[in-house]
Design a protein around this ligand. Structure first.
Ligand code: MRU
Length: 325
């Protein structure tokens, strides 16, 4: 499968995630404004993929000229929660004084290392899942999309499924549809189908009932920002999942590249949570489903406290906050 986000020598190319699963089309983004628009519309999304988008945004900004640092700042702020976006911008900007070629080389290095790091993180996480769970083969639960499409390639939480499936250790995956934008139903289900992994899509509200019925051995999620103490911001609904998983003694494992850890934040309380447009909830498949002027609460992410998480796993293995047991 082609990279989710790449550079073709003249433009940023992305798989348009708003069109999947009906249409797997590629968009060419030639300007910073086109890239920012794609980030805001979630045509490119997922924390590691946003890291690559941030770095490539600086490549475009350097080619456009003008105040590159100010333009890069606009890219970094296109979405506030995933720290990877500003991390990618920062890494590329650090090369600005060496010229546009150095900026491009750094961005390409981020693209290359992304798959390597995700394979490593999900490989460590697979071993941890096997330690935490006795049942074979495993019944896993996934929320949002933390697969190939959320990264440059391979995936983080879904990468664990790829590792375990290759060893014949996955019975099935329950896929939370993920409201309001259906990243699970549209994107994760599409990836699992392509890989030949048995799965069932469920409404987010069914996850606790699935655990109560004993249908889930382990919950696997990605992360958008991990505070120094191990609190994790991820797609809205993750916190509720974690509470249900804790109650039912089902381990919840978080998988992310270490660029998702923001050591400048002591706890998850300091993480900025993106609020999305009310119409994402007022409408469904183009039709209005609420009273036209319904007030809406539409946070894109929530924060799960570290105490509800069995393990946070990066390419370095298990992340243990300083002072934690
Ligand atoms: O709003 P999205 O689709 O960008 O949210 C994505 C998530 O919450 C993912 O779980 C997270 O970025 C990790 S992806 C490896």
């Amino acid at each position: 499968m082609r990279r989710t986000i790449d550079w073709d020598g003249d433009a940023v190319t992305i798989i348009d995630q708003t069109a999947l699963p009906a249409d797997c089309r590629v968009l060419r983004l030639r300007t910073v404004d086109e890239l920012i628009d794609a980030i805001r519309r979630l045509a490119v999304r997922g924390a590691p993929a946003l890291g690559a988008a941030g770095a490539l945004g600086v490549v475009l900004a350097a080619r456009e000229g003008g105040d590159v640092r100010a333009t890069a700042e606009r890219v970094a702020k296109a979405r506030p929660t995933a720290v990877n976006l500003s991390w990618g911008v920062g890494r590329a900007l650090d090369k600005l004084d060496e010229g546009p070629d150095a900026v491009l080389a750094e961005a390409l290095e981020i693209l290359d290392e992304d798959e390597r790091l995700n394979r490593a993180a999900s490989g460590h996480a697979a071993e941890i899942v096997l330690d935490l769970c006795d049942r074979r083969p495993l019944r896993l639960l996934s929320h949002c999309n933390a697969g190939h499409l959320a990264t440059v390639a391979w995936g983080s939480a879904l990468g664990v499924v790829w590792h375990l499936h290759a060893r014949g250790l996955v019975e099935s995956v329950l896929v939370d549809e993920t409201r309001p934008l259906l990243q699970g139903a549209r994107l994760t289900a599409w990836e699992l189908a392509r890989a030949g992994v048995p799965y069932r899509v469920q409404p987010d509200g069914a996850a606790a009932a699935a655990m109560a019925r004993g249908l889930v051995d382990c919950v696997l999620v990605g992360a958008d920002r991990i505070a120094a103490n191990g609190d994790v911001a991820n797609k809205i609904g993750t916190y509720g999942l974690a509470i249900a998983a804790h109650y039912h003694r089902v381990p919840l494992v978080v998988v992310a590249p270490s660029s998702t850890i923001d050591r400048s934040l002591a706890s998850g309380a300091e993480i900025a949570i993106e609020e999305r447009a009310p119409d994402e909830l007022r409408t469904f498949a183009g039709a209005t489903i609420t009273p036209l002027d319904a007030e809406v609460f539409n946070p894109a992410f929530d924060v799960t406290p570290a105490e509800l998480i069995a393990a946070v796993v990066t390419e370095h293995g298990r992340y243990r906050p300083r002072g934690a047991r």
